[in-house]
Design a binder for this molecule. Structure first.
Ligand SMILES: [Zn+2]
Ligand SMILES: [Zn+2]
Length: 251
């Protein structure tokens, strides 16, 4: 099993997960042109994708989807409400609908979805399991619920958002108070501290590699985010994916 982040941040999110002969694009929040360019640069011919999975309908997760689906003959997997909103937005293609919390299989790759609290219609995170390897993907999430912890416990590697540093968000002058409230609310995004606490819970269960993503440009920085997560757990490998920094392939 391996995965690569094609880009991550409020400017657009997308990743590719591979295992058991299956290749999945998770979210398509970069322009279609960028998605193709970055996949090619990472040795992925987009024509070899087996499916697209969506976490939720926000623009930074689906921006390139409409154009991509004109070129790709693969199904889009999404929850009922997410698919409805995205289809209403003009995205064609064939859709495979899964209930939030449901699991499904492609070849030997087992995919499990789980509900996350975020201000979208029906947002989810995913775990991917193949043989004895597992990977969790938790993007936009306001707070870590017991369900999220249960679902992620036992993953070997994790992509998780570390959106903002508490002090930088509070000191930020660009964002109105209401926006800051939204970001830090229980249906907004995870702070470095919240992400670090999640990682701390998952390490005893076998988590060894963490890719941090969706870092706010103004209210976070890779050094702070990585430091927060690394602080107490030297045995964990941490990388910060950015809008243009993919962290490369992670096995
Ligand atoms: Zn979102
Ligand atoms: Zn987002």
């Amino acid at each position: 099993m391996r995965f690569i982040v094609l880009g991550s941040g409020s400017g657009g999110n997308a990743a590719v997960v591979e295992a058991g002969g299956i290749r999945l694009l998770v979210d398509a929040g970069l322009s279609a042109k960028q998605l193709v360019t970055r996949m090619m640069a990472s040795g992925i011919n987009p024509a070899t994708l087996n499916a697209v999975l969506l976490t939720h309908e926000h623009g930074d997760h689906i921006k390139g989807l409409r154009v991509m689906m004109k070129q790709l003959a693969v199904p889009i997997y999404a929850t009922p409400a997410t698919s409805m909103v995205v289809r209403d937005g003009g995205v064609g293609g064939s859709w495979k609908i899964f209930e939030s919390g449901a699991g499904f299989r492609m070849n030997g790759l087992e995919i499990q979805s789980f509900a996350v609290p975020h201000d979208a219609v029906e947002p989810v995170g995913f775990t991917f399991r193949h043989e004895d390897k597992s990977f969790g993907l938790l993007s936009d999430t306001g707070h870590v619920t017991k369900l999220i912890l249960d679902r992620l416990r036992g993953v070997n590697a994790l992509f998780v958002e570390a959106n903002y540093d508490d002090e930088l968000l509070e000191a930020d002058m660009k964002r109105p108070w209401s926006t800051k409230q939204r970001i830090s609310s229980r249906h907004g995004h995870l702070s470095n501290a919240q992400t670090a606490a999640l990682v701390a819970e998952l390490i005893p269960a076998g988590l060894r590699r963490v890719v941090l993503g969706h870092l706010s440009r103004d209210c976070n920085c890779p050094v702070k985010a990585a430091a927060a997560v690394r602080a107490a757990f030297m045995e964990v490998e941490v990388c910060c994916a950015g809008q243009d920094n993919t962290c490369g392939w992670w096995e």
